[in-house]
Design a protein around this ligand. Sequence first.
Ligand code: PRP
Length: 217
Amino acid sequence: MRDITIALAKGRLADKAMDLFERIGIHCEEMKDKHSRKLIFVSEDLGMRFFLAKASDVPTYVEYGAADLGIVGKDTILEEGRKLYEVLDLKMGACRMCICGPETARERLKHHELIRVATKYPHIAKDYFYNKKYQTVEIIKLNGSIELAPIVGLSDVIVDIVETGSTLRENGLVVLEEVCGLSARMVVNQVSMKRENERITRIIKGLQEILREEGNV
Ligand code: PRP
């Protein structure tokens, strides 16, 4: 029997996902050692392997079959646009993808003026403005601290994740429009879904059961 390989987006999401897995009997003690520099963790008795990757790389590992399953945010799935099956909403890490900016940008946005949009998510921004709003905009790709852009005059608005809203509040920005809701999802390689259907379905059903018990589904 070959191992099932699971790719987890590094960080908070990975810890939460491992807690969920543990509740359906899938555990990996080795992964709990926060000082370890190991990249891959094997659970021989379960026939499973886990690895931590940069969130934006998780869909790539899954599309190519280097991982059978992945746990990653919907934002990354949308941005990467990889060929994979999204099979489960884990309801963790819930937040929103929003168009944000200073209140003064609201009118310019409404009147479809040619505005500048800074974001870590150029594909999501492009899809929203071009395909949903039929609005031509100039998109500027940034890699972090996106809220800075409208403050220092790099852009009129931003497309970014809003969780508690405190980053916006503390920087005098507001949500102008909502693009979509986000949360952690389980994704599956398309070939693995057929080849390892039984084992993968068992994992999905187990997690669904836990989510249902918690009133999350
Ligand atoms: C994310 C996001 C916002 C912030 C939103 O940034 O890009 O900046 O969190 O959270 P809040 O609504 O609870 O304030 P992250 O901390 O991931 O870092 P980044 O700025 O480098 O993207």
